[in-house]
Design a protein around this ligand. Structure first.
Ligand code: GLA
Length: 352
């Protein structure tokens, strides 16, 4: 087990960006950058004992500074969309950037993915790194000073745990996630259409054509959204089901059956090629399954790999998109003095 810290690069402001390498005794390794608190790589053993890097990303900081796909980053203050960038809290209307058509996406123009986070190695948790970010009152239009702490832990059973904590001095909204793009055959192996996915959800939130939930919660049964058992991602990805057409593929929020408990499996992805299995556990009520529909060949990643549409999948654990404007959805409000406390685990193993 070890944690190493190295310089990753320098911001245009001359601020240093560091990269931490967490390594466990099985040889699994995860790299975390202080720019965006992003997961840069995860070397995971496959069924033959070789290591595969299952995370899409860039070789250097410059790549991350130029990139606009949120590779591996922590998303905040609010993951996914807020309709028209507007919400009302305690009788006050707040206006956020409309950076996705008329809507607000992933925290705005300069979300947490574009911040340099403070970092330290935690002595009390083996193989961990803690990243902190202070988001001042009014940043990107959100109310309240917000203190955010994200801790990544690489465990001895090949799980990457992400602990999210935050508090505020004024009521605000918050929805933190990680936007890792996974490819269980390795980041440079091409599309993920044959990789299989299970999402432990009987229902999903229906979107309008701008990917804003309409408020309808629909049963997955009988639709291409049914991932209750392991299903190849590509099986229905080109279906003419309206939700798939709206999303250009999968880009939706599933209503987890897990009751906000990280004891129950929220999702599982399996790649028969490498035999790598990834199980997801979370305390959040929803998960965004995004089939990387907007990767466009213009995204050049590690080792000059060209990333095309559907070369990865994201499983972003979250409160439901636009939940602040939909009273039927679990509220993403964080009250002054309360603690935001969530956990997501990506656990790797191989097919037996
Ligand atoms: C999320 C969104 C997508 C897209 C990606 C990033 O998953 O739902 O629409 O914005 O992030 O490109």
């Amino acid at each position: 087990m070890s944690v190493e810290k190295k310089l990753f690069g320098m911001m245009p402001t001359c601020e240093n960006v560091y990269i931490y390498t967490l390594k466990n005794s099985n040889g699994m390794e995860v790299e975390i950058s202080t720019y965006g608190a992003a997961v840069v790589s995860a070397l995971v053993p496959d069924k033959t004992g070789e290591f595969q890097d299952v995370i899409l990303g860039y070789d250097d900081l410059e790549g991350y500074l130029k990139g606009d796909k949120y590779f591996g980053a922590i998303i905040g203050r609010f993951a996914n969309r807020i309709q028209y960038g507007k919400f009302t809290l305690n009788g006050v209307e707040y206006n956020l950037a409309q950076n996705n058509g008329q809507n607000h996406l992933h925290g705005g123009i300069k979300g947490f993915d574009k911040a340099v986070w403070d970092s330290k190695i935690r002595k009390d948790i083996d193989n961990s790194v803690e990243l902190c970010y202070f988001s001042p009152d009014g940043e990107e239009g959100y109310p309240g000073n917000l203190y955010v702490k994200v801790t990544y832990v690489l465990t001895e059973d090949n799980a990457l745990e992400i602990h999210y904590k935050a508090n505020t001095d004024k009521d605000t909204i918050i929805n933190l996630t990680n936007h890792a793009y996974f490819n269980l055959s390795g980041h440079s192996s091409g599309d993920i259409l044959k990789q299989k996915l299970m999402i432990n959800a009987d229902k999903f939130t229906v979107n309008d054509k701008n990917s804003i939930p309409t408020g309808e919660i629909r049963e997955v049964e009988g639709t291409p959204m049914d991932f209750r058992t392991l299903t190849p991602i590509g099986q229905n990805i080109n279906s003419d089901y309206e939700q798939i057409v709206f999303g250009n593929g999968y880009d939706h929020n599933w209503v987890l059956n897990t009751n906000n408990s990280a004891q129950l499996k929220a999702a599982q992805a399996v790649d028969e090629n490498t035999g790598i299995v990834m199980d997801v556990y979370t305390t959040t009520p929803g998960i965004q399954f995004y089939s990387a529909n907007f990767l466009a060949g213009s995204d050049i990643g590690k080792n000059n790999t060209v990333y095309n549409s559907r070369d990865a999948f994201c499983l972003e654990t979250q409160y439901f998109p636009n939940s602040i404007n939909c009273s039927k959805f679990e509220s993403p409000i964080l009250r002054a003095g309360e603690e935001y406390n969530h956990k997501t685990i990506y656990k790797f193993s191989t097919i037996v």
